[in-house]
Each structure stands twice: as C-alpha cells, then as structure tokens.
Design a protein around this ligand. Structure first.
Ligand code: 8ID
Ligand code: ZN
Length: 357
C-alpha cells in the first residue's frame, strides 16, 4: 500500500518559448515508466544552467519545449515502475541533471556515464525539478541519507558534484593552491569548501556586490585570499603574488559565466598546472598560446557534472557536515524573480525554490 496520495495535477513553472513567459500553473502529474521513479520534489536549487537553457544559450534546438526546467531536486520517492527493485516508497532521493543514460555505450560501460551521447537531461530534454512531481530513471536517481537536510542538499546535486569532480580533475594535491574564479556564486561557494575539505589552499576571485560582502562571504567559507576582479589592476599578477614562488597556482577552476575570466584563467597556473573549465558562457571561445602552453606543460580541460559515484562522494562530504550550502529559500512561484536576480549577477550563494509555495 502506498501511503502517499498522488494527485492528478500539480504546480510547475513551465515555458513554451525560449526567453518567453515563465508560467506558474497546474499541469498533469507524470506517470513513471517501468524503469523510472516518481519523485515528490520538495526543493530545487536554481542553477545558472537553468537560465542558460531558458534563454536558449545552449543552442536553440536543445531544450524540448514546452519545458519545466530544474535539475537540483530533493524529495521523496512516491511511486515507481514495475522493473524497479532497488528503491522503496518513502526513500529520500536527489534528482540531478543526468536523468537517464543508455547504459550500453563505451562510456556507460566504463561508469563514465557523463560522456554518454544518448543521455537525457532533467530540465533540458525532459521536465525537471521546477515542479512538484518529476520522473527519473531509477539508476540515475541519488539515494540520500534519512537525516539529510533536504532544502540544503539540492545544490549539491549539480553545483556540488560539478565542483567536486572539477577539483579531482585538477589533480591538485593537499597543500597546493587552487584559484576559484566565480567563487561567490552557486558553484563557486561550494568549490571553495570542497577545495578546503580536500586540503587545498584557495584563492577566490569574484567581484561587485556591497563593499566587502563577497570577500567576507568567501573567506567565511574557507578562502585564504580574495581578489575583486572589478577593482584589481592586474588579476593575474595578484594570483601569482599570493600563490607562493612557483609562478602561479597549481590549478584553476573557472565557474564564472565570463568569457574574459576564462581567457584570463589560462595565465593563473604555474608550469605543469591545470585549468579546469566548468562555466558555460554562451558561444564563448578562448585563445591558448601554443608555445608557452607546450613548454610549460599546461593542461586545459573541460569538466562536466559528475558520475553516480562522484555524486555519492559529494553527497557524503555534505552529509558529514564538511560542506554547507549557503541557500536562500523562496517559493517556486518566484522563479522568474530568481532568474532576474541571477541575470543581474545579484545572487550570492544559491537560491532554492520550495515547490509547495
Ligand atoms: O558541468 C558543468 N560544467 C556545469 C554544471 C553546472 C553549472 C556548468 N555549470 C555552469 C553554469 O551553466 C554557469 O555557466 O557554471 C556556470 C556557473 O554557474 P552558477 O554557479 O550557477 O552561476 P552563478 O551563481 O551566477 O555564479 C557565477 C559567478 O561568476 C562571477 C559572478 O559574480 C558570480 O558570482 N563572475 C562573473 I559573471 N565574472 C567574473 C569574473 N570575471 C566572475 N568571477 C570572477 N571573475
Ligand atoms: Zn546545474
């Protein structure tokens, strides 16, 4: 017997044209296919990727319209299809960007499912977490511990796993310097903390806001140095000054949405350093000078969300109290306002929507 009464309709925020009206309205509750869970989403983080998708910045044909966005959901399993054996009604569950993968390609077979060419993404290809009930493949849903902080864990399911994976990809070791560009945003605020938890030393770059507001914010999270890119005469020089005598930091993570910041980040690292590209500004391109990159043996790599196992690890850091999500909770009906604030660069940390309001 299912103790949860599942309604036939639910509240959602839906858009039918790119950059068009965001409608808060009732839509049908979806039915899970044989391999899917039906999740009662309680909370969802709002990621800058949601804004990129809504504005059509990931390619005009990418999102399936009309669409419910969102991919940082936390909630409860209230139903599942006939093939599902590893979940129970009432389990706490996370819904992340990767909602389904083929399971058979080379990458899936090697448990590197983030590279699956046939993946389906929450809030891009199928309706995401800006609704009260969503569906997710049982193999891509994330089991959450019973005592997890449900509103705060949402951002871990995209921002958290992405920066945790990006830091691992940077190959930076305990005691070494990592630059986080975009440190006061949703991903950045978690990157600073995961870096600290991994024993790294953090130079945080961001800018704007009230005087000293972002500096205090990132230093409270564990950054040793803050550079305000809007005030610094030479950001690269400052990074080098603060990262010891090795000619730059050991690694740099770009989680900003700025093409200029990405271009600049190539010069943050010392010889044999790694630059990890995570932020996705629309149609951005950078130029990498070949001679110094080759002679100094610099690695520039992309990093994209994280696998199921990365997710397990990232959630575990959060569950053990090593990471706190600096969130502000608002109603789902206020999503449009959150997008506006994000567009204006006025968000520090992460907004989370409560789907009951
Ligand atoms: O898997 C992935 N690669 C992945 C996963 C999740 C998100 C990629 N992303 C991408 C998003 O699509 C987005 O492009 O990461 C980027 C950051 O997402 P977010 O953290 O959700 O965005 P935000 O909260 O708006 O934070 C961006 C920060 O960058 C700062 C802003 O002040 C803000 O704090 N920033 C900017 I804009 N220009 C900067 C600059 N020149 C800068 N910080 C430093 N230097
Ligand atoms: Zn995201």
């Amino acid at each position: 017997m299912n103790r949860f009464k599942i309604p036939t309709t639910q509240k959602a925020v839906i858009f039918s044209t790119l950059n068009g009206p965001l409608e808060y309205k009732s839509i049908p509750v979806p039915k899970p296919a044989p391999n899917q869970l039906l999740v009662n989403i309680h909370y969802s983080g709002v990621c800058h990727s949601d804004l990129h998708v809504y504005k059509g910045e990931f390619g005009k044909t990418l999102p399936n319209l009309p669409l419910v966005g969102g991919h940082e959901g936390s909630g409860v399993v209230v139903g599942f299809g006939s093939n599902v054996t590893n979940w129970q009604i009432g389990d706490l569950v996370g819904v992340k960007l990767i909602n389904h993968t083929c399971g058979t390609c080379e990458h899936c077979q090697q448990s590197q499912e983030t590279a699956c060419a046939d993946s389906r993404l929450s809030g891009v290809h199928i309706n995401g977490t800006f609704q009260q009930y969503c569906i997710v493949d049982a193999l891509q849903a994330t089991k959450l511990p019973r005592d997890i902080n449900l509103p705060a864990v949402g951002p871990i399911l995209c921002a958290g796993i992405t920066v945790y994976k990006g830091l691992k990809a940077s190959l930076a070791k305990p005691g070494q310097w990592v630059v986080i560009s975009g440190a006061a945003g949703g991903l950045g605020s978690l990157a600073v903390q995961y870096a600290k938890a991994l024993g790294l030393r953090v130079i945080a770059i961001d800018g704007g806001g009230e005087p000293n507001e972002k500096e205090k914010f990132v230093k409270d999270l564990g950054a040793e140095v803050y550079i305000d890119f809007t005030k610094s005469a030479d950001v690269v020089k400052e990074v080098h000054q603060h990262s010891g005598s090795g000619g730059g930091a050991h690694a740099a993570l770009n989680v900003s949405t700025s093409e200029a910041a990405i271009q600049q980040s190539i010069n943050f690292v010392r010889s044999r350093g790694t630059v990890v590209l995570i932020g996705l500004p629309a149609e951005a391109k950078i130029k990498i000078p070949i001679l110094p990159t080759v002679l100094r043996q610099i690695t520039v790599k992309g990093s994209y969300v994280g696998t199921n196992w990365d997710t397990h690890e990232a959630v575990d850091f959060f569950a053990r109290g090593l990471i706190r999500c600096p969130i502000q909770i608002v109603g789902l009906s206020e999503l449009e306002r959150v997008f506006k604030l994000m567009e204006q660069g006025k968000i520090i940390g992460r907004y989370v929507v409560d789907t009951s309001k």
